[in-house]
Structure formats: C-alpha cells, structure tokens
Design a protein around this ligand. Sequence first.
Ligand code: PLP
Length: 268
Amino acid sequence: ATSGPAAPAPPRVLTVAGSDSGGGAGIQADLKTMLALGVHGMSVVTAVTAQNSTGVHGAWELPEAAVRAQYRAVVDDIGVQAVKTGMLASATLVETVAELLATTAAPAVVDPVGVSKHGDALLAATALDAVRTRLLPAATVVTPNLDEVAQLTGLTVENEDGMRRAAGAILAYGPRWALVKGGHLAAHGGRAADLLTDGTEEHWLRAPRYGNRHTHGTGCTLASALACGLAQGLTVPDAARAAKAYVTGAIAAGFALGAGIGPVDHGW
Ligand code: PLP
C-alpha cells in the first residue's frame, strides 16, 4: 500500500474467553464473527482448550495476572466499544473479569458458558456463585441457554411461559437485559424462539429452525454478534435481532468437519 491518510478506525470489540483449538467456538468463533461483521476484534484469553469436533480433550486456565495484563493492555491503549465474555473457567477468573468490567464504560455481553454441547465442563461448579453475584450484575446483556438457566437459577424451563420466569430470575441478579435462548426447547418439539427482556420490554426473537447438527460455536457467535451491534451503536433490541439473524445464517451454513459436530459458518 502507498502512504496516505489513515483509514478511519472501525469499532473495537473485545472478547474475554477460552481458546478452541478446533476453531469452531470460543475466541476463534468470536474473532471470526467480528471480522465478518466489520469490527476490529481483540482477545483476552482466559483458558486454552485442546478441542476438536468430538469434544474438549483438555483445558488449562491462565493465571489471573495474565488475564489482567491482557485486558489492561487492550483497554487502556486501544479502547473498546463493547466487551463479550465467554468461558471463564474458575471462580477466580470470574471475579477478576467482573472487577475488570466494572472499570470499563463499554457495554458488556456476558455469555454464562457452563457446559459444552459434548457435556464438557467449561466452568467449575464452585464458580457459579461468583457468576450470579459478581458477573451478572456487571452485564448489559446476559445470554444463557436453558441448561445455563437451570444451573444458575434452578429453574427447569418447558415452554415460553417458563422462559419468562427464567428471564425474571436472571434479571434479579442485576444485569440490564436477559436474552434467554430457547433453542434447546425447540429440540424437544417447541419453537426456536429467544426471549429478550429488561423486565419492562419483552421481545421474542423467532427464526426458522434448521435440522443441521453442525452447530458448534452457536452461543459464542450470537453473543459476539450482539456485542458487535452494540459497538456499532445499535440499541440492545436491534443488536439482538441482528445477532439472531446472523447466527441463524451461520447455523444454516454449518458444515461437517472431523468425526463429530462441525462448526457454524461465520462467512456465509
Ligand atoms: N469451547 C469454548 C472455548 C467455548 O467458549 C465454548 C462455548 O462457549 C465451547 C467450547 C462450546 O461450544 P458448543 O457448545 O457450541 O459446542
């Protein structure tokens, strides 16, 4: 390239999450989503997983100091217009990240990652209390699926009324908005609707449901797309609708890879 005026900087979005060596979920899904949606993506790695289409084969949490140093390096120099959090592994890292978020004015999308689709634990059971009392109050939007709702609130959701009660229980922990994802209901014969609410407004996000089994990285992708929309200046409901549309396309285009569950396609 020849020299000339610098191009205007795109919005900057930070993901605080775990690495998926298979490239389908976690940090890798987040950065691909950010590239596809036209923002500058940055990452604070909280844990490294040895992972592929058949599951998580090992996971190593990073030291608290490494998480703090990455966060401060990025936020204090480059700045962020939105933050997304994913796999935080332990109570120590949950508390650290909650404290770091409180130092940042940008909106925070918290994906309360608990267990992978293969059933691998991505969060220690001893960290649930810190998620409820420290992380959720720091969230602009929290995006639990129904398994995470059950873990965090003890509620078993069986229909859309149950999703309303679940959202209320999540909001009681202090996030501004709850986006309760109903996809796991749909798998049992219901519809693929997600409920976004701040306790006053209620928005049902509905999308066609695809039979595609290659859905690895769905939750990471939705939360990242939502953070991108917020960084681009959308309201929470508009960013959630745009994120739902993006992840629906990514699921429709998900492809087989390896012997197990393939990834959603970020570049569809
Ligand atoms: N690995 C990492 C590092 C993640 O953050 C997540 C989800 O948030 C997963 C794996 C699980 O992905 P999935 O449940 O879509 O297979």
